[in-house]
Design a protein around this ligand. Sequence first.
Ligand SMILES: [Zn+2]
Ligand SMILES: [Zn+2]
Length: 153
Amino acid sequence: MSETTMNGGCMCGAVRYEARGESFGINHCHCHSCRKHNGAAVVTLAGYKADQVSFSGKERKIYESSPGVVRAFCGDCGTPLTWEGDGGELGHIFEFHISTFDEPEKLVPTGHAFDLERIAWFDIADDLPRYESFPECGPVLRHGPVKEGLPKG
Ligand SMILES: [Zn+2]
Ligand SMILES: [Zn+2]
């Protein structure tokens, strides 16, 4: 495992975090809950195990979006920061919204999660696998964007 340490935080700088070592997965997520929490058409998340993560500065605010799953944000500026919950055999996990890292370009996505919930008019011209739900759960619906069937403006 590399010694890479990634730092990040909210827009106002009150909440800061550190993620040590390699992320176990970096994915775009098209699910309805992520979109709601971020006000975005799609979000991109980098996952880390609990022992790789530490927070500093102000305490992050916690919102329980479903039983056992929380989403954290800065109580001062409102920046959405994480998805936190049970990662199965990974234990407790933290998925950080990569736009809150200081150097997000270092975290390169490898797939698209919850493609079934993707907004119909939104797609990206990459060739990454599109998963029906979580990448670990499969199945892959296709690689690359939809070729036809996009709504016409
Ligand atoms: Zn803040
Ligand atoms: Zn999601």
